[in-house]
Design a protein around this ligand. Structure first.
Ligand code: TRP
Length: 331
């Protein structure tokens, strides 16, 4: 079975955009492939070198992962720092990665601009660690968004370079993969762009938000003065609300508000009230799971240990062969 790897940095709560985007991909992929999904806690140190509560953040993402339907019985779920093999492969890849190519990576240049006081080597070699994450399991497919394409290109470069330097055909070249066409791209509530893209409080609805918070955020979503002509195309903020509706509401509700809009009778207040209630209903079971799981450390430990064991079996095999190929041998 084809191997899939993907990671998510534990830098914040997961939101509805993640749920319908990346996590929806993961849910589908776990049915069809041998999946390794991990929490990239090493990577988070490139931007948060002294996290206030690393363990707490990792726990939160693990809980929300599970609550969102990633199934430890189907996919291998693990914590990146539980796999010393990844760190070793990262070290080895660093020896064959060049300053020039690393400095040209867009995300590096962006981060360097954003945190000029902390342009650390981990930031520079981020693509080496990400490549190690992926090729440690000799994965073929990597579900990631557009912003990670360049990292994946680097992964292929490193894999190819390793094969060429040691004259082996060992690492396959992984490809980006997602069920993108079938996914709803969830917009934010502030009128433009994807959910989570802007930092503004109120732009994103988190999976852990309470019903009251959801109501408040949705009621404050950006709208306009209303349509002036019948069947007028929708400007972005209004289109966004309809996109959210299409994700969580019944076909009847969607048709109702479409007709109201097209006949210029729409009251955005009513639309928002309905949308808020439908989001709450949709996310109710997820919220329940989050509460249950947060209180069940024994279960979380079991998931993390089981994931670590399965991931280490796979990674251990790779690293043994890599050491052999490079020429590290026992006397
Ligand atoms: N860089 C990815 C992101 O920021 C997270 C990540 C780390 C990852 N290692 C990975 C994704 C390996 C896919 C595969 O979203």
């Amino acid at each position: 079975m084809e191997i899939v790897v993907s990671g998510i940095r534990p830098t914040g709560k997961l939101h509805l955009g993640n749920y319908f985007g990346a996590l929806s991909n993961f849910r589908k992929m776990q049915e069809e492939y041998q999946c390794f999904f991990f929490i990239a806690d090493y990577h988070s140190l490139t931007t948060h070198p002294t996290p206030v509560d690393l363990h707490g953040t990792v726990k939160q993402v693990l809980v929300e992962f599970l609550a969102a339907g990633i199934d430890p019985g189907k996919a291998t779920i693990y914590i990146q720092s539980d796999l010393p093999e990844t760190a070793e492969l990262y070290l080895l890849l660093n020896m064959n990665a060049y300053l020039g190519e690393l400095e040209r990576v867009t995300t590096f240049k962006e981060k360097a601009r954003k945190q000029p006081e902390n342009i650390n080597a981990g930031l520079l070699t981020y693509p080496c660690l990400m490549a190690a994450d992926i090729i440690i399991h000799r994965a073929l497919k990597v579900p990631v968004g557009k912003d990670q394409e360049q990292h994946l290109e680097m992964t292929r470069t490193f894999a190819r370079r390793f094969n060429r330097m040691y004259q082996v055909d060992f690492f396959p070249e992984p490809q980006a993969f997602n069920f993108g066409d079938e996914l709803i791209k969830i917009p934010g509530l502030d009128g433009s762009g994807k959910m989570g893209k802007s930092e503004g409080e109120g732009n994103a609805i988190y999976l852990s938000d309470s019903p009251e918070v959801i109501r408040k955020k949705v009621l404050r979503a950006v709208t306009d003065a209303g349509p002036e002509r019948e069947n007028q195309p929708k400007p972005e903020p209004i289109r966004n609300l309809f996109t959210l509706l299409s994700a969580v509401s019944s076909p009847e509700t969607i048709t109702f508000f479409e007709e109201q809009y097209n006949s210029c009778r729409i009251r955005y207040g009513d639309l928002k009230k309905q949308l808020a209630e439908d989001i709450i209903r949709y996310t109710d079971p997820i919220r329940d799971r989050i509460h249950e799981l947060s209180a069940d450390d024994a279960f979380l430990r079991k998931v993390a240990w089981m994931g670590r064991d399965k991931a280490r079996t796979s990674a251990g095999q790779t690293i043994r062969e890599v050491r052999e190929i490079i020429g590290f041998r026992e006397f």
